[in-house]
Design a protein around this ligand. Structure first.
Ligand SMILES: Cc1cc2nc3c(=O)[nH]c(=O)nc-3n(C[C@H](O)[C@H](O)[C@H](O)COP(=O)(O)O)c2cc1C
Length: 178
């Protein structure tokens, strides 16, 4: 089966997952291509999608949803098997990942079959930490801000090797049986 990885990544976290998926199947000798949505015309991407059986589509999380570029691509995929993957700044919480996945699903046409998904945390830029620190200075009683800062520190460790191992398990579980 022809496979295609499509991803949008600003700072490299989601690209790490995309590369893992690509290399996992490439090493097995399977036919697979990888596309960075920033480097390819959308029309060309959709042409390739139409020639493919399984699409691995991944994005960074932007305001609780996938990126606008990925949204536009998701909306044009029809009659395919799709594996959704993403990184997000907040995490360590499966219910948050489920919420994000539900939002992404709204952009995916019902003619497709979502065969699996994988979400993990991804490090955020230092400017985010600086913003939290100045907010904490202005609002020292705000416990949520402290949690956000802790979360920022935790996100710095992701995606890590364990995340990539979990991703591989999801691929084996959801894609290889479909
Ligand atoms: C403008 C902007 C909005 C973001 N919105 C969210 C969000 O709503 N929820 C979240 O968990 N992470 C959010 N993030 C964090 C990124 O999704 C996260 O760091 C991700 O791993 C970045 O992936 P990339 O390295 O592939 O670009 C946001 C980051 C930016 C820059």
């Amino acid at each position: 089966m022809e496979k295609l990885v499509i991803f949008d990544s600003l700072t490299g976290n989601t690209k790490m997952l995309a590369d893992k998926i690509y290399n996992f199947y490439k090493q097995k000798g399977e036919s697979i291509k990888i596309i960075d949505v920033k480097k390819e015309d959308e029309e060309e991407i959709i042409k390739l999608v139409n020639k493919t059986d399984i699409i691995f589509a991944g994005s960074w999380t932007d305001k609780g949803d996938c990126s606008d570029r990925m949204k536009s691509i998701y909306e044009k995929i029809l009659n395919k098997k799709i594996f959704v993957f993403a990184t997000c700044g907040f995490g360590g919480d499966k219910t948050y990942y489920s919420k994000l996945l539900e939002r992404v699903k709204k952009h995916i046409d019902k003619s497709n079959q979502i065969i699996g998904s994988f979400y993990c945390q991804g490090k955020m830029p230092n400017s985010t930490k600086e913003r939290y620190i100045s907010l904490i200075k202005a609002n020292p009683e705000d416990k949520n801000l402290k949690v956000s800062l802790e979360n920022f520190e935790n996100a710095l460790k992701h995606p890590n090797n364990n995340d990539l191992i979990e991703l591989e398990k999801q691929l084996i579980k959801s894609v290889d049986i479909n």
